[in-house]
Design a protein around this ligand. Sequence first.
Ligand code: GDD
Ligand code: MN
Length: 376
Amino acid sequence: MLMQLARPQEEARVAIAGPLQLAVIIPTFNEAANVVPLLDKLSAALVGYHWEAIFVDDNSPDGTADLVREIGQKDTHVRVIHRIGRRGLSSAVVEGMLATSAPILAVVDGDLQHDETALPKMVSAIENDEADIAIGTRYAKGGSVGQWNKLRHRASQGATWLGQKILRVGLSDPMSGFMAIRRETLMAALPRLSGVGFKILLDIVASLPTPPRIAEVPYVFRSRLNGESKADSMIALEYISLLIDKTIGRFIPTRLVSFLAVGGLGVVVHLSVLGTMLALGASFMSGQFAAVATAIAFNFFLNNRFTYRDRRLKGWKMVQGLLTFYLVSAVGAIANIGIGNWVHQMDSQWWLAGIAGVVVGAVWNFAASSFVTWRK
Ligand code: GDD
Ligand code: MN
């Protein structure tokens, strides 16, 4: 496979001396078939620039990293950062940007969907100090999403609208992953960067202390020829977590928000099970028991999948995790009842006592499960 893709190279792609001007960061996961065509297209588009290519590959099973290394032996302007045991488009892009000395950083998808002929315009907007970030946009005049089905189009529009409203960024295509940025601008965003999910541009713009000057360069999104897209429902959730982190995340940890949201769904599960059991003629006591047991298991699985997706328990560890989560939740329930009673003795407002119990119980469950069930 590798032998077929790599081809002998008599001359390096970048033959210019003088200081390094530009780095093109290319995040990849299973893009082996696209590496050589992409490098050829970039070389043609960036003639006259002294640039380097940094591939950031998350240990793709198709051997993308090996292929890039093979090319890099002859062409030292092609480098790879090979990450093991990690995934994530945004974090890959940031690592690539931090691994180069170039003053201007461009990001291009590794699947040929971004039109590299827009790059010179984007880069010169920054060189000429017209902008701090130049964005390849599909939604301005002259740009388009190309061939997309209705559903994907709608989903992208919805996410774009949400990003624009919530983060109050005036970009026509905040979801774009095609951009060029001045190094100083990246540095200014780094301290507050979330680094989660797929949307690095939105993350950078929302993390900057002052609004950047933006240039938008329209392009037509190509369809994918080789390999497949990694966008899935998990990516949508990571997008929501990015929006949370960039808004209320300054005050409450995103994990806690997720844990509480799961807890809210758990209440719904609890009531449904209880209602069903009672309708089937069970006693209140046994209905409650079944409801609590089901809701806790439900919360465990959801938290394991979403809240703690980065520490997700699998196989035998998952059984252990479920048991410790039952223990933690039992202590949480006792704390809930105890605190509730205690507040109720001091203040006769029943709802205040109830809320106090719930808050203490929830915070306990969150803190204890993060140390016991999903221990790092
Ligand atoms: N290192 C790394 N790790 N790379 C990844 C990962 C990952 O976990 N997931 C995806 N990539 C790489 C892919 O290999 C590809 O080169 C690029 O990131 C984009 O991923 P796709 O799976 O092709 O996503 P897409 O086509 O839905 O969306 C992309 O293009 C949009 C249009 O500009 C993304 O870049 C979006 O952010 C962008 O808006
Ligand atoms: Mn793509």
